[in-house]
Design a binder for this molecule. Structure first.
Ligand SMILES: NC(=O)c1ccc[n+]([C@@H]2O[C@H](COP(=O)([O-])OP(=O)(O)OC[C@H]3O[C@@H](n4cnc5c(N)ncnc54)[C@H](OP(=O)(O)O)[C@@H]3O)[C@@H](O)[C@H]2O)c1
Length: 260
């Protein structure tokens, strides 16, 4: 038993992974990390251009990647994404649910419902629809798998001026726990990552406020905000057999700010 456990590592050679929101930011870093550790990676998002850039970079580095366009809130496109991945690589073993949106930044009391609906459509229902499509495929193969949902610390407490986004991510954390409880017996693990502030296009509104960024840096135990690569190692760990005994968890990656 001991020998068997000690053999487990972060090698995901031969596994096939889908990374949604894989054209830039955190998704790009995760896709590259998974490819570097041996996975064949499908990067998905709405626009082909960014995806092609990431897939080419992975191939140039000796990895294997395919770009596939997919709106993360549209079930027909999500099902087609999973089908095309299976046609291309024969299977799916790992899903990184990462594509998300945050169209409204402001007080919760002033939110308008089109923005509310869009947020939940992509961030919550989209994550579920993508997870369900991959889980159905894994169940058909009677294969184990790992699903990693990129949530946010905004889903773990008050999220001033990002209330709807925070609620959509809190729902992702709840979904992670429920899917893990329901699927653990079949070897399908489901975990979440809760990043703090990471320097990407997504965080543009927050990053514009230089004084607020300085305050966050000074208040952080590591004295900086996050970079996309800070999240990639954790995603790789959760995707790989190194985390075989971990499911239903939400792991915070924020430089220690939250627990302070
Ligand atoms: N940055 C942060 O501070 C931070 C903190 C906590 C959590 N997060 C989470 O981290 C994840 C990645 O965010 P990021 O910061 O890396 O953002 P980013 O750099 O803006 O990347 C977002 C990615 O999602 C794709 N995307 C957006 N809307 C989509 C849709 N409707 N359908 C399909 N793809 C879509 C984008 O590509 P296209 O435009 O081509 O669709 C892009 O690939 C998100 O789940 C976010 O909530 C970020």
């Amino acid at each position: 038993m001991r020998t068997e456990i000690s053999k487990r590592n972060m090698d995901i050679n031969g596994k096939v992974a889908i990374v949604t929101g894989g054209s830039r930011g955190i998704g790009e870093s995760i896709a590259k990390a998974l490819a570097e550790h041996g996975a064949k990676v499908v990067v998905a998002s709405r626009k082909l251009e960014g995806l092609e850039g990431v897939a080419s970079a992975i191939r140039e580095a000796g990895g294997e990647a395919t770009p596939i366009t997919c709106h993360a809130g549209h079930e027909d496109e999500i099902n087609a994404l999973v089908d095309k991945t299976v046609q291309t690589y024969g299977q799916v073993d790992i899903l990184i649910n990462n594509a998300a949106t945050n169209p409204y930044f402001g007080p919760l009391m002033k939110v308008e419902f089109p923005a509310w609906d869009k947020t939940f459509e992509v961030n919550t229902k989209g994550y579920f629809m993508t997870a369900r499509a991959v889980i159905k495929h894994l169940q058909k193969r009677e294969a184990p798998g790992s699903i990693v949902n990129v949530a946010s610390i905004a889903g773990m407490g008050a999220a001033a001026f990002q209330g709807v986004y925070g609620m959509s991510k809190a729902a992702v954390i709840s979904m992670t726990q429920t899917l893990a409880a329901e699927l653990g017996g079949s070897g399908i693990r489901v975990n979440a990552i809760a990043p703090g502030l990471v320097e990407t296009k997504f965080a543009g509104a927050l990053l514009q406020n230089e004084a607020a960024v300085k305050r966050m840096e000074n208040g952080s135990p590591v004295r900086r905000i996050g970079q996309p690569d800070d999240i990639a190692g954790l995603a790789l760990f959760l995707a790989s057999d190194a985390s075989n005994f971990i499911t239903g968890q939400t792991i915070v990656a924020d430089g220690g700010s939250r627990g302070r």
